[in-house]
Design a protein around this ligand. Structure first.
Ligand SMILES: NC(=O)c1ccc[n+]([C@@H]2O[C@H](COP(=O)([O-])OP(=O)(O)OC[C@H]3O[C@@H](n4cnc5c(N)ncnc54)[C@H](O)[C@@H]3O)[C@@H](O)[C@H]2O)c1
Length: 256
């Protein structure tokens, strides 16, 4: 794990919204922005771990960490939750679209309902959260949106067709939003993690053997942890990346 010691003074007191901030990479991002002195809000569907995280970090934060319980698949809920964040913390200047659901499925048995649900969490909400946050960013003079994609869509994954489709879509969406919002000083970039070993990944998909196989493919021979995504995300959110937009940064230890 690489710990970030970076300090981005312009992130201090900035309103930051992170989707899926209750666990895994999202929770590390919430903590990373808190350490910069930002006003951090996060949305998650998982209530208990999110409440615990917000309580733990609020105790060490310059600003209380605000958790909003919401299901991002519902566009009406997205709109009302973003409006609540703005009303409580002011215009969102940094948006990190991190929430996702990396479920595996068989092509032969995939239903229309499954497909639509998968796109709703992995792609559709990324557009609608961005749409909801953009007017406030624009009125405040600009901002940064960071969308979480994945390297997996480049790897021909046999059981992830819906997720891989959505994650490739996130790249297209990133470039389109960057084109539309650039004149308004809103930068939009994507981050593509490789294999990041989180508690959930260990519970659901990873084994010691599969981890070893991936490390073999990486140039860097260490296991990537959630904290490894914090530095690149802070950088893209900060004024240090002020001329970077419409880009994708791969954080995979050197598989691609
Ligand atoms: N972990 C990895 O190896 C890896 C690899 C490549 C890309 N990524 C991407 O990085 C991001 C974070 O990955 P992670 O492994 O921490 O993900 P995760 O699945 O562990 O966490 C995602 C968070 O989103 C929340 N969430 C899920 N559905 C929701 C909904 N309908 N409404 C609101 N919140 C919801 C979950 O409760 C969870 O807290 C994701 O976009 C993922 O696709 C992760």
């Amino acid at each position: 794990m690489t710990e970030t010691q970076a300090n981005f003074p312009d992130l201090k007191d900035r309103t930051v919204l992170i989707t899926g901030g209750g666990s895994g990479i999202g929770a590390a991002l919430v903590e990373g922005f808190v350490q910069q002195g930002a006003k951090v809000a996060f949305i998650d569907i998982a209530e208990e771990p999110s409440k615990a995280l917000a309580a733990r970090l609020s105790a060490q934060s310059a600003h209380p960490v605000a958790f909003y319980h919401a299901d991002l698949r519902d566009v009406g809920t997205v709109k009302s939750t973003v409006a609540a964040v703005e009303s409580d913390l002011g215009a969102i200047r940094v948006l990190v679209n991190n929430a996702a659901w990396d479920d595996r499925h068989e092509i032969d048995t995939t239903t229309e309902e499954y497909w639509d649900n998968n796109q709703a969490i992995n792609l559709k909400q990324v557009f609608f959260v961005s749409q909801a946050a953009a007017p406030g960013m624009r009125a405040a003079g600009g901002g940064a949106i960071i969308n979480f994609s994945s390297i997996v869509f480049k790897m021909n994954p046999p059981h992830l067709s819906a997720y891989a489709t959505a994650k490739a879509g996130v790249i297209g969406l990133t470039k389109s939003l960057a084109g539309r919002f650039g004149p308004e000083n809103i930068r939009v970039n994507a981050v593509l993690p490789g294999m990041v070993v989180t508690e959930r990944q260990m519970e659901r998909w990873l084994t010691e053997e599969s981890i070893a196989k991936t490390i073999e493919r990486q140039c860097l021979k260490h296991v990537l942890k959630a904290a490894d995504l914090v530095g690149p995300t802070l950088f893209l959110a900060s004024n240090s990346a002020g001329s970077i937009t419409a880009q994708s940064i791969i954080v995979d230890g050197g598989i691609f």
